[in-house]
Ligand binder design. Structure first.
Ligand SMILES: *Cc1c(COP(=O)(O)O)cnc(C)c1O
Length: 450
């Protein structure tokens, strides 16, 4: 039989439950705290922002949560997603390693984000919410939520980071095509936005600022709720559909990963791929090394502090214990907009502290070099974010070439770059710099911790 390139599952093999890793951990993660009292917050504190079903998922002690049939119906538009064996890249690198990628760019918006946008819109609509507010950096999350809101008849309002709003008109048009309203952030529509603009009328914005604006709007409107595209437990829970499928696909391939690599912005595509494999590892059924890759411009896991901090810039969210660079930190404008977040998923941060995975930071030029190499071999142009994971895979594949090791490496190819091509343009003409975070900037950023 010819060597297989794709491992595809039938629609009937779409997982029917998401996996919650919390009960399998040796210790539970620290709870979110109320910023005033510094006491653990209760579900009622989150009720103005999220529907009851999602709050319940945020704190659930169950190992599995059933995926509603209404959500599975929408998932079937693109799921199960393919697992590829990167045979052409292996050949181009001359490596004895076996490289696999789980490709989420087949979703309607081109990334993994709809895996959580769809259930979030579903549960909100089921509880009578009529309007969702959110932020978007690179535009992937805003597009995903706009698509999901169109599926369930909700109004969608998106605060898009100013720099991205100006540079990515096609993302805005995609959101508007799905029926969403898009504002540049900071905006004059919120107190948080006005405060930033008063200090700096030309502020390029940041994810932290855009979150403040969207949260403020949702809290002020009883018929509205807020939706977050990463960081929170329920988001990582929904993304485990990726890893559950990949486990079945590895069984089809008759292989087991020795190394799993993913990029981390808020941690959702990485956690979504890695958690089901980590369950297997904790149960002693396999033993992969698991590695997160972050940008050297925004290295929360490798250089941030593990401390309680706000999830947004204005300090409107509960305090989350996480790896953070400080909530006022505004990362340099690197092209991987989805990785420009000052914090990290509290659950992933806790698992990192438990020593269950490792992390590296890589500068963006090495990442784009890997992205170009990948594109020329495999034909898919990776979004700027997963080029970070690919750079780590290339490093490892070349190491295997030196040692002769035949490792199986699995990576999350969480999106394509069709609307991010200007970033490749900048790389190809040599107009890209790394923006590695300096010691001085790091010290100044951490001084803003509450
Ligand atoms: C949003 C996004 C990211 C970063 O978010 P995570 O929660 O860390 O996955 C990475 N890649 C793509 C393509 C994204 O859209």
């Amino acid at each position: 039989m010819a060597a297989r390139t794709k491992y595809v599952l039938d629609e009937a093999d779409l997982p029917d439950r998401w996996y919650n890793i919390v009960p399998d951990l040796p210790e539970p993660p620290p709870p979110p705290l109320h910023p005033g009292t510094r006491e653990p917050i209760g579900p009622e504190d989150l009720a103005p922002l999220f529907p009851r079903a999602l709050i319940a998922q945020e704190v659930t002690g169950e190992s599995y949560v059933e995926i509603p049939e209404e959500v599975r119906e929408v998932y079937r538009l693109w799921r199960p997603s393919p697992l590829y064996r990167a045979r052409r890249l292996e050949k181009a690198l001359g490596t004895p390693a076996r490289l696999y990628y789980k490709y989420e760019g087949v979703s309607p918006v081109g990334s993994h984000k709809p895996n959580t946008a769809v259930p979030q819109a579903f549960y909100n609509a089921a509880e009578g919410v009529t309007r969702l507010t959110t932020e978007t950096g690179a535009g992937q999350w805003g597009s995903a939520l706009a698509f999901a809101c169109a599926q369930f008849g909700l109004d969608c309002e998106v605060w898009q980071v100013r720099a991205s709003y100006d540079q990515k008109p096609y993302r805005k048009l995609m959101m508007e095509t799905f029926g969403a309203t898009v504002h540049p952030s900071p905006s004059e529509l919120t107190a948080s936005g006005r405060a930033i603009l008063a200090a700096d009328p030309r502020s390029p914005g940041s994810l932290g600022i855009a979150i403040s604006e969207a949260v403020e709007q949702a809290a002020a409107d009883p018929s509205a709720r807020y939706a977050l595209g990463s960081v929170l437990n329920h988001v990582l829970l929904h993304q485990t559909v990726i890893g559950e499928e990949a486990l079945r696909q590895f069984a089809l391939a008759g292989d087991t990963p020795d190394l799993i690599v993913g990029c981390t912005g808020g941690g959702s595509n990485f956690g979504g791929l890695a958690f089901p494999f980590l369950r297997e590892k904790l149960a002693g059924r396999m033993n992969p090394v698991i590695r997160a890759v972050e940008p050297a411009a925004c290295p929360s896991l490798t250089r941030g502090t593990y401390a309680y901090d706000f999830g947004d810039t204005a300090g409107l969210t509960p305090l989350l214990k996480m790896h953070t660079l400080g909530h006022e930190f505004v990362p340099d404008p690197i092209h991987a907009g989805g990785l420009r977040y000052h914090g990290m998923s509290p659950l992933l941060s806790h698992i990192f502290e438990l020593g269950l995975f490792e992390a590296v930071a890589i500068g963006q030029r090495e990442c784009f070099a890997a992205g170009v190499r990948f594109a020329r071999a495999e034909g898919i142009i990776p979004a700027p974010e997963p080029t970070h994971a690919l750079a780590a895979c290339v490093r490892e594949a070349l190491r295997c070439k030196e040692t002769g090791e035949e490792k199986a490496i699995l990576t999350a190819l969480c999106g394509h770059a069709h609307l991010d091509l200007p970033a490749y343009g900048a790389y190809l003409v040599g107009e890209m710099t790394d923006h590695d975070l300096s010691e001085e900037a790091l010290t100044a950023a951490l001084a803003t911790l509450p």
